[in-house]
Design a protein around this ligand. Structure first.
Ligand code: SF4
Length: 433
């Protein structure tokens, strides 16, 4: 059976578990005006979920709302609404999808009204858009804001001073504000308990992602990877649910690995691994399945991706540490992918190319995401130079359906796979000579 005629797949228990968790969090958010539970809006990279839970507050993530709406094909209308209200075509489409959603009644991905936030908590990890986005929301909601300034890793390293600076802000700015809004006193032992759970889930996530070093890889670390990172990058890091989700996932992947199976995709199981790729850049959400299918039909598996590290680079060894609770939250924020300079991003991709025995690097350059897209051509050339493997550059957008051109992307990918074939044939001929 080829990858083109595989049957539909049955959902794994981990997928069902995650679906339940996400629906449960939206249900709690939507009930907040009635239950009186306080709501924090915050972003994925650098999110302080364990800390937020210490104050019995709920976590609402605008990027997740935008991508969930993108997958449900609702963001086109939201983006047009935001543009009608004066936001430029070049602004990050997560922002416009959020602002358009608010303007059209603030209905979440499940069609129910989302609550107004009680606090906008900006953990500033490298993307300037985060700041401008929350300025607009502050203007709209007139609610409390707290900013955690996370110093950029300009020199590619985290110094003790940087950690002390972030911890000081946690103690003097963030925690007092969370106490004030929630009326709950901060309990550091509660935080330690959550962080211990985070570390357990992180361990299992890394194990799962690293199975892609096997041939064939039992997972797709980009298209599948974005599902795997879902709980840990959002409102569940530090919960028992997340620990259970990653335990389930690990068990499922262990079985796939033992049976020598390839990844499960929405179109079917990938039965023939022909190309192993590293992918840089966020995915396109509005045509997510079609995009994935283009790789699936060619037998291309993504064995490592940078986007699946956007909310934490656990595979480099970092774990939340209950023995150093605030310091480890600081290290987590400092280590986010968006907070890393270009040379460290290139080193990371090079490492993935070697460790995961990839045939090449594909960059999906997102039109409206400067934080990822700046310097990507340079990244591509440098990786080609260092590894001798070919790279491909495709362009799309996060949640703007106007910037996903299936024919162009498919053509480009097909020529790219031919290029990999030619290189392979060339190396075989050189070895035989
Ligand atoms: S990192 Fe990119 S997608 Fe995320 S907020 Fe910044 S510009 Fe938008």
């Amino acid at each position: 059976m080829t990858n083109r005629d595989a049957p539909q797949v049955i959902k794994d228990s981990s997928m069902l578990k995650q679906k339940e968790m996400i629906a449960g969090n939206y249900a709690k958010l939507e009930a907040a005006p009635a239950t009186g539970q306080k709501v924090v809006s915050t972003f994925v990279p650098g999110n302080l979920n364990e800390l937020i839970m210490c104050f019995d507050m709920l976590n609402n993530l605008p990027e997740i709302n935008a991508l969930q709406n993108g997958m449900r094909k609702r963001t086109g209308a939201y983006i047009m609404e935001a543009e009608k209200r004066g936001h430029s075509e070049d602004v990050c489409t997560y922002v416009k999808a959020d602002l358009g959603m608010i303007a059209k009644g603030n209905l979440g991905p499940d069609g129910q009204k989302l609550p107004d936030p009680d606090l906008l908590l900006l953990s500033y990890t490298g993307c300037f858009t985060f700041m401008k986005w929350f300025e607009l929301l502050r203007d709209h909601y007139k609610c409390e804001t707290a900013m955690l300034h996370v110093p950029y890793q300009g020199d590619g390293k985290i110094t003790p001073n940087m950690i002390a600076y972030v911890v000081k802000q946690l103690k003097e700015e963030v925690i007092p504000k969370l106490e004030k809004i929630s009326g709950v006193k901060f309990d550091i032992d509660r935080l330690r308990e959550y962080l211990a759970r985070s570390a357990r889930a992180e361990e299992d996530l890394v194990w799962v992602l690293e199975t892609a070093k096997s041939k064939p890889s039992p997972i797709d670390a980009y298209f599948g990877g974005v599902y795997y990172i879902g709980p840990i990058f959002t409102a569940f890091r530090g919960t028992e649910d997340a620990v259970e989700y990653y335990r389930l996932l690990r068990t499922e992947i262990t079985e796939r690995l033992a049976r020598g199976q390839g990844p499960v995709t929405p179109t079917g199981e990938l039965t023939e691994e022909r190309y192993r790729l590293v992918v840089e850049g966020p995915p396109n959400w509005t045509s997510f399945r079609d995009f994935w299918k283009m790789f699936y039909e060619e037998g291309a598996v993504v064995v490592a991706s940078t986007y699946s590290k956007v909310g934490g680079l656990y595979d480099l060894g970092f774990r939340h540490d209950p023995a150093r609770p605030l310091e480890s939250l600081a290290e987590y924020c400092l280590g986010c992918y968006t907070n890393r300079n270009l040379p460290s991003r290139i080193d990371l991709i090079e490492r993935y190319m070697h460790e995961y025995q990839a045939d090449g690097l594909v960059i999906n350059s997102i039109k409206s995401c400067n934080s990822f897209s700046a310097g990507q051509l340079l990244v591509l050339r440098e990786i080609e130079r260092r590894t001798g493997k070919p790279g491909a550059f495709i362009e799309s957008d996060l949640v703007d359906p106007r910037y996903f051109s299936p024919a162009n992307i498919k053509n480009r990918l097909e020529s790219y796979f031919q290029m990999i074939d030619q290189r392979r044939a060339g190396s075989r001929a050189a070895r035989a000579a």
